[in-house]
Design a protein around this ligand. Structure first.
Ligand code: IDP
Ligand code: MG
Length: 148
């Protein structure tokens, strides 16, 4: 069974969208195999977004993920491992395009994301490929924190 990593980003936490977003994944029949609240450090986020290193927006993305553009009292992110048939591609389809302005209106990013003060606030992260999922799950979860 395929696994994928979901992160509820600070903009969605601030807007109290965690339950609504999770309910959409639950409706897809996906199982939660791991769940935690994380106070994300800059080091963890730079590892998570290693593929963005060298882009002009990587610092902005890391700051956004640390809640700097929102009004949270800490660096809180909610992380989930979801499991099911074709979990990676089905979750990505539910998310929509990276840029909320380009995401279809019925997708999570189309509905709940926005571009605020020029910063992309796209509510949810999900792994792009099964290989990416394996790398990201190992980064955010210890093996014993994910159900076998
Ligand atoms: P994804 O989240 O849809 O997989 P990636 O290309 O992996 O998109 O980029 C990771 C994150 O970096 C995005 O979710 C978004 O927050 C941010 N990002 C991507 N491209 C841009 C950009 O062109 N400008 C600003 N932020 C970006
Ligand atoms: Mg990506």
């Amino acid at each position: 069974m395929e696994q994928t990593l979901i992160l509820i980003k600070p903009d969605a936490i601030e807007k109290r969208l965690t339950g609504i977003i999770l309910s959409r994944f639950e409706a897809l029949g996906l199982e939660i195999a791991g769940a935690k609240a994380v106070s994300a450090t800059e080091e963890l986020l730079r590892k998570h977004y290693a593929n963005l290193a060298g882009t002009p927006f990587v610092d902005e993305v890391v700051r956004f993920m640390m809640g700097d553009y929102n009004h949270l009292p800490d660096h809180r992110i909610y992380a989930f491992v979801l499991r099911g048939e074709n979990a990676v591609s089905r979750v990505r389809a539910a998310l929509g395009a990276t840029n909320p302005d380009k995401a279809e209106p019925w997708t999570l990013r189309g509905q709940f994301g926005c571009v605020k003060n020029g910063v992309m606030q796209n509510a949810v992260h999900a792994s792009g490929t099964p290989e990416e999922a394996a790398r990201e799950i190992a980064l955010w979860f210890k093996p014993e924190e994910v159900l076998a």
